[in-house]
Design a binder for this molecule. Structure first.
Ligand code: FAD
Length: 429
């Protein structure tokens, strides 16, 4: 090939100067499920458990070799937003399956004894009474996620990139995956997009908002974990478990979906981080700290928000507008609202079911950080506790749609709310 190109001869199937390469392929359908959950992050794990518990044969697909999403692969080791960070914080807004997950994490010894601010917990986390934030050990989080899905009978497929939806017109009928086994298709009645970036919805043709069009973008950050931090240093500006501290490392701007920008981000932040560690070691008492881990990927905060049947506005989030089709509540602050951390003056804002139903595409439910909302509510609801609560709802909705044949757009929201409440979700009802 290289010889032919060098000699100037045309290469079959890839003529010189061609602007595109036409791929022709037939992809084998290797399995069928009622519900496919694409993406095994905080939202995807809870969605898969909820779908299986609600009666659907469920497959969870993840590109990496373990579960947990940005909490584990991104080393972002505190689950924020179980309740408002400040008064009024009496209502725990995230319960149900996410609370069961935290209980499993506690059982595995994976929750810190003190919070990120070096305060003792005033809540009984093990019993489901969960404070605003839960600092955790990422290895325990991988295990707890696995334990939850195995217990519920969720089928799992790791090492698999979902590269696009299977489509029948505007209806998603499954997904196409790439892995070491090659390119394969897996059929489903309903797919839940838990990729964080809304990969499936966007490729199925759903319209979306993105920082490129809205002009506002939360930056990426490279998290890291160091060991051997002396007790006297406390949390050391990060999240401490025993002598290990996870810290926020260098940031990077630009598009988190552009592979060239992502490559630059990984290289530049890693180089900067190495220099920072060398500086830290010069601090008296810190000479023997070790860089234990960097994440699988730089943490990408913000990419697409898919347009749904309803787009939750910033005004509504701040006012705490109640919606009759509430399926989850977010009480997490907006961390960079007009340059400051904004704390809601209420216990949390409602997330309506319509924000989980994409425009123009059937057979698909949205979940996690790609749901339909403006940037303000996104800043809040993208946090991992509300993302789990949304996952609980998307899993129940997908199972109901798959087992009854009623499309997600036409589901009875009352029945969905009843199911969620029966699984102990908090809907203020
Ligand atoms: C730097 C940073 C700091 C943050 N700080 C906090 C914090 O302190 N507390 C907090 O609660 N939240 C924090 N967040 C937000 C939070 O981590 C994310 O918004 C949250 O994890 C979103 O959950 P998710 O399940 O929607 O997506 P993710 O956690 O991104 O999970 C998506 C999963 O899908 C997989 N996936 C993606 N695409 C594909 C594909 N095509 N095929 C197969 N698998 C795929 C990924 O590997 C991943 O496992 C932070 C985020 C960042 C980036």
């Amino acid at each position: 090939m290289a010889g032919a190109a060098a000699s100037g001869a045309a290469v079959a199937g890839a003529p010189q100067n061609a602007k595109a390469y036409r791929e022709t392929m037939e992809t084998p359908i290797v399995a069928r499920h009622q519900v496919i959950v694409a993406g095994g992050g905080p939202s995807g794990v809870i969605a898969a458990v909820a779908a299986a518990r609600s009666g659907a044969d469920t497959l969870l697909i993840e590109r990496y070799s373990f579960l947990g999403g940005n909490g584990t692969a991104g080393l972002m080791t505190c689950y924020n937003g179980f309740r408002n960070q400040r008064a009024p914080e009496t209502l725990q807004t995230v319960k149900g399956i996410p609370a069961e997950y935290i209980a499993e994490l506690v059982r595995l010894g994976g929750v810190a004894e003190r919070d990120n601010y070096e305060r003792n917990f005033t809540h009984d986390v093990a019993k489901g009474d969960i404070p605003y934030t839960v600092p955790f050990d990422p290895e325990a989080a991988k295990m707890a996620s696995l334990n939850l899905i195995r217990k519920e009978g969720v089928k799992l497929r790791l090492h698999s990139w979902v590269v696009g939806p299977m489509l029948d017109g505007a209806r998603v009928t499954g997904v196409v995956v790439e892995s070491k086994s090659g390119r394969q298709a897996i059929a489903a009645d309903i797919v839940i997009d838990c990729t964080g970036d809304g990969d499936i919805a966007a490729r199925a043709g759903a319209p979306f908002m993105s920082p490129a069009t809205t002009g506002d973008r939360m930056p990426m950050s490279l998290m890291y974990r160091i060991g051997g931090v002396p007790a006297a240093e406390g949390a050391f500006g990060g999240i401490r478990i025993r002598d290990r501290v996870v810290r926020w490392g260098p940031g990077f701007g630009g598009d988190g979906l552009d592979v060239e920008n992502l490559t630059r981000a990984e290289v530049e932040t890693r180089v900067k981080l190495w220099e920072q560690i060398e500086q830290l070691r010069k601090k008296p008492g810190m000479e023997s700290i070790a860089l234990l881990d960097t994440p699988m990927s730089i943490g990408v905060r913000e990419t697409r928000r898919i347009e749904g049947e309803y787009t939750l506005t910033e005004k509504e989030a701040i006012a705490g507008t109640r919606f009759p089709d509430v399926i989850a509540i977010s009480s997490n602050p907006m961390p960079s609202y007009k340059g400051k951390r904004y704390f809601f003056q209420h216990e949390g804002f409602d997330i309506p079911y319509r924000a989980l139903v994409p425009k123009k595409v059937e057979g698909l439910v949205l979940s996690g950080r790609c749901i339909s909302c403006e940037q303000g509510p996104f800043q809040s609801a993208r946090s991992m506790a509300p993302a789990m609560a949304v996952g609980h709802a998307s899993g129940c909705a997908a199972a109901m749609a798959a087992t009854t044949g009623v499309p997600p757009r036409k589901l009875s929201v009352k029945a969905l709310q009843k199911l969620l409440v029966s699984q102990k979700a908090e809907l203020r009802m």
